[in-house]
Structure formats: C-alpha cells, structure tokens
Design a protein around this ligand. Structure first.
Ligand SMILES: Cc1ncc(COP(=O)(O)O)c(C=O)c1O
Length: 468
C-alpha cells in the first residue's frame, strides 16, 4: 500500500493544475488517480498533516479535498484507520459492440430518408438563434403551450396556406417532435374517439403501421398503382386512410386528380378521415409543386408536414393541421404522454419562416436536388433494363430492376459489397407483390460523397446488367 502511494505521490503533485487553486487541483488530481487505477482500491492515503507538508500546502485544503472525495465515494474515511481508496463497484462487462448502433453502414449511403445534411443552412440558423435569444421574453422558456409556440403556429399557418394550399388557422396547428410522434398521437386520439381501423398505402413505411397497431387500431392496406392509392379498394372497415399524395412513399407516384376527388368523396360519404403525409411536398422539379389535398377537404383531412426534409431530421420538428374536432382529442392524448418540442428551436423556425429565409433555403435546395436527380438519371440511363420511377419530385427514386435475372436481395448485396448502402423495395410491401426494385435516396450523401456514391453504385449495377 505504502508503495502504491509513494509511487503516485510525485505524479499527483505534477498532475495538480496550478490554475485550479490548491483544493480544487488536489481534488481533481486525486479523483483522476483513483479513476485511472493509479491509486488502486484499498490504498491508504497519507494523513492530511503529512500530505500538506509534502505538498507544501495548507492542511485545511487537503482535509477539504479528502472530505469532498469521501462524499463522492472515491475515498473512505474510518476513524482510527485513516483515509483509503474506496472499493470500486463491479462494472458490467462492456458489450463487444453497441447493440443499438445497427449494422455498420458502408461508407457511401444511398438509402432514402435523409436530406443532404451538409447543406443545412448553419449560418442562417445561427443568425435566427441570435435574434430569438435577443428578443424572446423569459416566459417563453417555460413549458409552453402543448400545441406548440403560437409564433410558430402562426408562421406555419401562413406558410402552409401560401406554399402548400393548406386551409388552416394557428389554432388548428399542433407541433410535434417529428411525424412519427405526430402519427402515434393522432392514432391514440382516433382510438379514444372509437376508431377501430386505419388503412395505409401498400407499399409504405412499415414503422407507421406498427405505431397504429401500438395505439390499439387494426391496420388495413390499400394497393398503390400509377395513379397513387386505389380508393376503390379501401377496406370498408377503415375510418381513416393515411396517404402520401404529392410523392407516394416509396413508389414516388403522384395521386392523380381523379383519385384525389375519389378520396375526398370517400371521406365525405363515410365520415372518414384522411391523413395527408406531405413529407417532401416542397420538392417538385419539372413543374409547380402539387398543392396539398387538404385544401380540397379541410374538414376531413389532417395535414402533416415536417422539417426533416426541408432542414434536418435532427431538429425533430413536424406539424399537424387538423380539423377543429380532432385538435382537442389529440391534445388529450398528448397531455398523457407529455411530448414537448424545444421552444427555442420552434422560435428559430418561426423566425426563419417569417423572415423569408425558409423559402429561400427551400428554393436553393430544390435546385440542388434537381441537379442530383438529373445526374442520377443520366448515370442509371447507361445501365440496360433499369427503369426509374418517381423522378418528378422528392429526394429518392425507385430503380426497378429487370425481372427474373437476379433477386432484389442479390442486387442489394452486391451493391453493398461495393461499399454503397441501398434499400430494397420489398421491405415496404405489405400484402401486394410487384417488380423488384431499389429505393435510391439521392438526397442522403453529403455533398463530397455524392459523386463517389453515384459512380460506385452505377458501376455495381453495371457489373450485373452491363452498360448500354
Ligand atoms: C413517408 C415519410 N413521412 C414522414 C417522414 C418524416 O418523418 P419525421 O418527421 O418523423 O422525421 C418521413 C421521413 O423519412 C417519411 O419517409
């Protein structure tokens, strides 16, 4: 024991940071020595008198440092036996890998779901943060309104009316930490109102079906064809239909005007509710964005939008604009769950919308993604038999694979073996079958990685199908 201390005493002296002051410096140096194992459990420390003399510091400083580390559990003091290093609690063995991290991603990523995070408008955001911190009253930093801050709800009501043709008021808008949370809350409310069944498009994201089931609802699926969701095939038991009209996820088709009218007709005839997931409606390339379906039937439609594509999913900000009769029930469900969204982030977004920066960023991003889409289409045009779907909008396309030659799984496996992550379409199919395909998220790569990702991906497909 004495050896351990004496071999450490000098190091301890050297580890003391003169800038910290004597007591804090000694405390820090001792804590680090215990943490690092330099002073193992059981080591007897010199008395405060001896250490103070060794270090040429006041004895009171040493006593205070010992007391503090005893209080923190690093040291033990027993009357008559001095101060020793406390035993260490058994630590659970570190798992060999992080179970939540998922499979290691290949270095190039063309999976769908992300915008180009390197184009996040950092300087603009920072400017808005400064303005908000200068102007927001202290009271804004409280829990706030569960529906979201009124300044953001006002800004969204104005923006959605102008940019997406949504008919709404600030009172009908609710802000959430992402669409996934919004959908879960909405399903909870529908269940509390006596709803039993929700219909989702087939194909669609399986996670959303799971969250409806979690809320206690039965789930039906409706096939999607070239005109979007086939309204004539909605399960008669369904009171709610969740749909992605502007750019079907994942097939990329737009709900035709005929089908829009049919869907609104279904809602009016049955008293049903349409949930419009407008996740990437701002991004349309070859003509004006297609306005929201909600504008045709504001009393029957819950409109959902998100900042996850226009800015970044890490912000966790999305919104619902619901018919007035649903706002109360959603709020009751929400009150049970207490999901709040950071008020500061809400105020920053409200500032960006109000100052026109949000629109400017979207206009710039539209050009950015259109150029990427064009490069992708040109590159894949050199691989025979690949057909692109859903190119008119959004940040992903479906690359349909030539039937019969290789399975989707084989193609995904080969592309990944070349270092590019892609996703197959089959994981999104529920009951229906369809041609094999890849969902190619051309928004995802950071700017420096886009060209390498595209070149490697195209070469991997050419290995399989050749070049024209
Ligand atoms: C179909 C669909 N809807 C909505 C969203 C937005 O989800 P969130 O707001 O939870 O990020 C996404 C994100 O990828 C999506 O793919």
């Amino acid at each position: 024991m004495a050896d351990e201390w004496s071999s450490c005493g000098l190091d301890l002296l050297m580890a003391m940071d003169p800038g910290k002051g004597v007591r804090a410096g000694l405390e820090h140096a001792l804590r680090e020595a215990v943490r690092s194992g330099q002073l193992p459990p059981g080591t007897r420390l010199p008395s405060t008198r001896v250490l103070a003399a060794d270090l040429d510091v006041a004895r009171g400083s040493v006593s205070q440092a010992y007391d503090q580390l005893v209080a923190e559990g690093y040291l033990m003091a027993r009357p008559g036996s001095g101060t020793t290093v406390a035993p260490r609690p058994e630590r659970p063995a570190a798992p060999s890998s992080d179970p939540w991290a998922g499979a290691p991603a290949p270095s190039l990523d063309l999976r769908p779901g992300l915008p180009d995070l390197s184009s996040f408008p950092r300087a603009t955001w920072l400017g808005a943060v400064r303005r908000v911190l200068r102007s927001a009253p202290h009271t804004d930093l409280g829990y706030g309104d569960w529906r979201g801050h009124i300044l953001l709800r006002r800004a969204l009501a104005e923006y959605l009316g102008r940019a997406r043709g949504v008919v709404t008021t600030p009172e009908q808008i609710m802000v959430f930490a992402g669409y996934s949370q919004a959908l879960a809350m909405l399903c909870g409310a529908l269940r509390r109102l006596g709803g039993t069944t929700v219909a989702f498009e087939d194909p669609s994201h399986p996670g959303y079906l799971a969250s409806a089931r979690d809320a206690g609802l039965a789930v039906g699926t409706v096939p999607v064809d070239g005109d979007g969701l086939d309204v004539s095939r909605v399960d008669p038991a369904a009171e709610t239909v969740v749909v992605t009209p502007a750019h079907q996820y994942p097939l990329g088709v737009t709900l035709s005007s005929r089908r829009r009218i049919d869907l609104v007709g279904w809602a009016c005839d049955t008293g049903g509710t349409i949930v419009e997931d407008d996740y990437d409606g701002e991004f349309r390339y070859d003509r004006q964005p297609v306005g929201a379906l909600q504008g045709l039937a504001p009393g029957q439609t819950v409109y959902a939008g998100t900042a996850s594509k226009t800015l970044a999913p890490g912000l966790r900000i999305a919104w619902l604009a619901g018919p007035p009769n649903l706002v109360g029930p959603v709020s009751d469900t929400r009150a049970c769950e207490d999901p709040h969204v950071s008020v500061l982030e809400q105020l920053v977004l409200a500032d960006l919308i109000g100052s026109g920066e949000y629109d400017r960023h979207i206009r710039r991003s539209r050009g950015h993604y259109r150029r990427r889409r064009d490069k992708l289409a040109a590159a894949l045009g050199t691989v025979p038999g690949i057909r692109l779907r859903g190119v008119a909008a959004g940040m992903h396309v479906v690359a349909e694979l030539p039937p019969g030659r290789h399975t989707e799984e084989e193609v995904v496996g080969h592309v990944e073996s070349r270092g590019v992550a892609v996703e197959g379409l089959s994981g999104y199919r529920h009951a229906g079958a369809g041609p094999p395909g890849l969902i190619v998220g051309y928004g995802t790569p950071l700017e420096h990685a886009f060209t390498p990702a595209l070149t490697t991906f195209t070469a991997a497909l050419a290995d399989i199908y050749g070049r024209t």
